[in-house]
Design a protein around this ligand. Structure first.
Ligand SMILES: Cc1cc2nc3c(=O)[nH]c(=O)nc-3n(C[C@H](O)[C@H](O)[C@H](O)COP(=O)(O)O)c2cc1C
Length: 185
C-alpha cells in the first residue's frame, strides 16, 4: 500500500517532518511511506499554467496519482494553512484529471504551542473537500508542544503521541481499503 507523505513545512529541522516520519513508523503492513519532495514547485500563476504544468508540478501530480493514500502533516501558520502548502494544493487542484479526486487523505498537525494546530486542520479540510478528496475524519491528531516530544535525533519521546498516531494510521489503512472497495463496484 503506497502512502505518500506531504510535510507542510520546508524547514530542514521541521517538527512536522519528524511527526511524518513517526507516522511512517506507526503504519501497519502493508502500508509503506515515502515522502514527497516539492521544494521545486513554483508560485502558482495561471499564465504559467496556460503553457502547461511545470515539470516539478507534473512530477508531483503523477506521484500523487500513483499513491493509494496521502498523509499530510502540517504546521499552523497564523491560524491557517501555510502559504507554501496552499500553493502546492492550488497547483494540484487544476485540470480535469486533478489527482486528489477521490484520494484517501489523513491529516496531522504539530505546533510549538499547546493546541497542536487546532485551527489549521479545519481550513485544510475545507480546501480538500472542494477537491473531492476522501479525508479520514477520526482519530484526529494534534501534536501540541511538539518541541518537547522529540529528541535531538528526531525520535519521539512521548508514548501517548506514538499510540495515538498508531491508532490513526490503523484507521487510515481501513479507510483506504473501504474507498478501494467502493471504487471497485
Ligand atoms: C509564519 C508562522 C506563523 C505561525 N503561526 C502559528 C499559529 O497560528 N499557531 C501555532 O500554534 N503556531 C504558529 N507558529 C509556530 C509553529 O507552530 C512552529 O514554528 C512550528 O515548529 C512550525 O512547524 P515546523 O517545526 O514543522 O517547521 C507559526 C510559525 C510561523 C513561522
Amino acid at each position: 500500500m503506497d502512502i505518500l507523505g506531504i510535510c507542510g513545512s520546508q524547514r530542514s529541522q521541521s517538527f512536522n517532518r519528524m511527526v511524518l516520519n513517526l507516522a511512517g513508523d506507526c503504519m501497519p503492513a502493508p502500508m509503506k511511506l515515502s515522502t514527497l519532495d516539492w521544494d521545486a514547485v513554483p508560485p502558482f500563476n495561471a499564465d504559467v499554467l496556460a503553457k502547461g504544468f511545470p515539470e516539478s508540478v507534473a512530477a508531483v501530480r503523477e506521484r500523487i496519482r500513483k499513491a493509494d493514500g496521502v498523509v499530510i502533516v502540517t504546521p499552523e501558520y497564523n491560524f491557517s494553512v501555510p502559504g507554501m502548502l496552499k500553493n502546492l494544493i492550488d497547483w494540484i487542484s487544476r485540470g480535469e484529471d486533478q489527482p486528489f479526486n477521490n484520494k484517501p487523505i489523513a491529516i496531522l498537525s504539530a505546533t510549538g504551542g499547546p493546541l497542536g494546530g487546532a485551527r489549521v486542520q479545519y481550513d485544510l479540510r475545507k480546501v480538500l473537500m472542494f477537491m473531492n478528496t476522501q479525508v479520514l475524519v477520526k482519530p484526529e491528531i494534534f501534536v501540541g508542544n511538539v518541541n518537547q516530544k522529540f529528541d535531538a535525533n528526531g525520535q519521539c519521546t512521548d508514548e501517548l503521541t506514538r499510540q495515538l498516531i498508531t491508532a490513526q494510521m490503523t484507521a487510515f489503512k481501513a479507510w483506504i481499503e473501504r474507498q478501494q472497495r467502493a471504487n471497485a463496484v
